[in-house]
Design a protein around this ligand. Structure first.
Ligand code: NDP
Length: 327
């Protein structure tokens, strides 16, 4: 496993990491989660991503119980969580980054995770109604209290992140250091467009999500939605249009010969492709079973075999620097 600096911070993250969205609680219990995490850790993964909203707080409970069971040295791994949507419908409790919610949020997350601190906290989405200054101060305070070590953003516009950085610099507060954006072969426009210059200038780290576009880029949806897949889960019907999109499926099918040539699978190729971008600090993978972890962790090795010529062939299939929005 290779480790990359999280932007300009001093910490390094494994270039492949594991997240718990959809899977923990909904598909895997504590024992299965511990097995997935243990398999990843043995491959060298040191970063585990979570959010308070995942499974309504239960995903943090499962990860917390799994960590307890695994008993790893706290210094050997990083855990994150995120806030925005909240767990309750109260007027100050949902879709917000207000000070009260963030502070109540971190306290609840630490309890569910059974940890004294988390390594990273993210603002899961921007909040147009709370002044960025209030959010920056709250995140700074959480770090000063030792409840989190670094903070970042997820799916914020570059201009919003710059504003947060500038406020922090003006008041000598802890700055946000990392963005968590979607990045995969079907969704690359924002990461490679708006953000590219910004990452360079500010040395912002990135922990990218959904490298397989929820499994689409593994090729397993090419013959329809398998019964044991995310696409078949109750509550995830909103993914169907993407998972059965014939244009996307044709592109995924066209990856197969390239994956074969390199001696890997389509999923490994799709994850490896994300790793080729030097602005990616870590690719957060998801897995509903241990075999997927073993398969996906081999992507790092496959990435070393991807030449510029192969990158060009992939660009031709997917349309270079384009997302479905441009089609
Ligand atoms: P992926 O796009 O990689 O999808 C993962 C899912 O694909 C797995 O749960 C599994 O689902 C299937 N899969 C994984 N590996 C394979 C394989 N080798 N072959 C076939 N199927 C496979 O990632 P996620 O969408 O899960 O996102 C990863 C993480 O990113 C999340 O856990 C979360 O931490 C983070 N995230 C952050 C967001 C944000 O807004 N900040 C939003 C979304 C995710 P199954 O077996 O059930 O089909």
């Amino acid at each position: 496993m290779n480790y990359r600096h999280l932007g300009r911070t001093g910490i390094r993250v494994s270039e492949l990491s594991i997240g718990s969205w959809v899977t923990f609680k909904n598909q895997v219990d504590v024992n299965a989660a511990a097995e997935i995490m243990a398999a990843a850790y043995e491959h060298g993964v040191n970063f585990f991503d979570n959010a308070e909203v995942y499974a309504g707080g239960k995903s943090e409970e499962v990860m917390g119980a799994a960590l307890k069971k695994l008993g790893w040295r706290r210094g050997s791994y990083l855990v994150s969580t995120k806030f925005y949507w909240g767990l309750n419908d109260g007027v100050n409790e949902k879709n917000t980054l207000n000070r009260k919610r963030l502070i109540e949020g971190i306290n609840g997350s630490l309890e569910r995770l059974q940890l004294d601190y988390v390594d990273l906290i993210y603002c899961h989405r921007p909040d147009q109604t709370t002044p960025i200054e209030e959010t920056v101060w709250a995140m700074h305070n959480i770090i000063e209290w030792g409840k989190a070590l670094y903070w970042g953003t997820s799916e914020w516009a570059a201009a919003e992140i710059v504003e947060a950085i500038q406020i922090a610099e003006r008041h000598h507060l802890h700055k946000p250091v990392v963005e968590q954006p979607q990045y995969n072969l079907c969704e690359r426009k924002r990461f490679e467009g708006d953000y590219a210059r910004f990452y360079k200038e500010y040395g912002y780290g990135t922990t990218t999500w959904s490298p397989l576009a929820s499994g689409l880029l593994s090729g397993k949806y090419n013959q329809g939605i398998p019964k044991d897949s995310r696409g078949a889960l109750k509550g995830y019907e909103w993914l169907h249009s993407s998972l059965t999109d014939q244009q996307k499926l044709a592109k995924v099918a066209a990856l197969e010969p390239i994956a074969k040539e390199l001696g890997g699978t389509v999923a490994q190729l799709a994850i490896a492709w994300c790793l080729k971008n030097p602005f990616v600090s870590t690719v957060i993978t998801g897995a509903s079973r241990v075999e997927q972890v073993h398969e996906n962790m081999k992507s790092a090795e496959l990435a070393t075999k991807i030449t510029p010529e192969i990158m060009e062939r992939i660009d031709v299939i997917f349309g270079a620097k384009k997302s479905e929005d441009d089609d």
